[in-house]
Design a protein around this ligand. Structure first.
Ligand code: SF4
Length: 323
């Protein structure tokens, strides 16, 4: 098959609380990612969607080797990543860089764009290349004039800074870019430009992308497939267009209904979810979404649904919608 990345039954946990919590016999381990499975095909974009705390960033960091795996497998280009040493992960990260939120704001304001774009080559022992030529090539790829090499971060607009971040991510010809909220903090029009750039690079360079976002407009503009996360699990995954047309999981339906639809014929009734997101320390019994689910029935509070195929989607619900 053409799967670039295959994730199977992945679990990631954290220890929380100190000695007091342990002495009190309270749970000291929380599972931030719980039995997640998906495949990402070459040349496609997969979006992880969910509220903050749903585990989407932890999942992406784990795939990138920044967080240890509890169990499950991560196959990237046929290679199992779980258990690789930091040294062994280095060439993998070169093929699968992670683009963080505000990718250059976190770096030294005293570094010029030229230095920022040269850095990946230096880190990976490629400083023998013609770095000026590489910097010009990268600026051109992301649609910035070559003179920008001499600018400093404070001289860039939000959109220009994001382009420099993209240029850093693609510097070493990766096959997969993992992007955490690639448009956070940008105006809607600038968001559109950055998404067009990412789509364009995907097509021109044959890139694959894993996008983490809570913004459903972003998902629809960029992702071929998507997964909705709740308390560390995938509650629904499938083709983006199919999910937008007819979400099967009540949580997906609620998220989509909160997102104004540009086409008035398809205007949805807004679904407001009651209650707050439960804590990972006190996961609800049965279906973990039943405390907030508008569709919940008696069975949901006692009997946990198991992921199952519905058409092209996989979802975790006893009473799916739109079937
Ligand atoms: Fe809602 Fe029940 Fe489906 Fe859970 S299993 S999402 S509570 S209808």
């Amino acid at each position: 098959s053409d799967d670039l990345l295959r994730i199977s039954d992945l679990r990631v946990s954290f220890r929380v609380g100190g000695l007091t919590a342990r002495l009190a016999g309270r749970a000291t381990e929380i599972e931030a990612v719980s039995g997640v499975s998906f495949n990402l095909q070459r040349g496609t974009t997969f979006a992880l969607v969910g509220e903050s705390g749903s585990g989407k960033t932890t999942l992406a960091r784990t795939i990138n080797g920044l967080q240890p795996v509890k169990s499950g497998t991560i196959l990237f280009e046929g290679q199992e990543l779980q258990g690789l040493s930091n040294a062994a992960m280095k060439p993998v990260r070169r093929r699968m860089p992670m683009m963080f939120q505000d990718p250059i704001g976190s770096l030294s304001p005293r570094l010029s764009v030229r230095s920022l774009l040269s850095e990946p080559f230096v880190i990976h022992g490629l400083s023998n290349r013609d770095l000026n030529a590489e910097v010009t090539r990268l600026l051109t790829l992301v649609g910035l004039p070559r003179e920008f090499a001499d600018r400093f971060p404070h001289q860039l607009s939000g959109g220009q800074a994001r382009r420099v971040g993209v240029a850093r991510a693609i510097a070493l010809d990766p096959v997969l870019v993992v992007a955490d909220e690639p448009t956070a903090g940008l105006d809607v029009s600038v968001q559109g430009e950055v998404l067009n750039l990412l789509n364009d690079l995907r097509d021109r360079m044959g890139l694959s992308m894993l996008i983490i976002t809570h913004n459903l407009h972003v998902v629809r503009q960029i992702a071929d497939r998507m997964a909705v996360m709740y308390l560390g699990r995938f509650v629904e995954q499938g083709e983006t267009e199919a999910i937008f047309r007819a979400p099967h999981h009540p949580y997906t339906a609620a998220l989509l209904s909160a997102n104004p639809e540009p086409d008035p014929d398809r205007m949805r009734q807004r679904i407001t979810l009651p209650a707050d997101v439960p804590s990972l320390l006190a996961r609800p019994k049965g279906c973990e979404f039943h405390t907030r689910c508008p569709q919940a029935r008696d069975r949901c509070a006692v009997d946990a649904p198991i992921p199952a195929a519905v058409g092209d989607s996989r979802l975790t619900c006893h009473f799916p919608l739109n079937t």
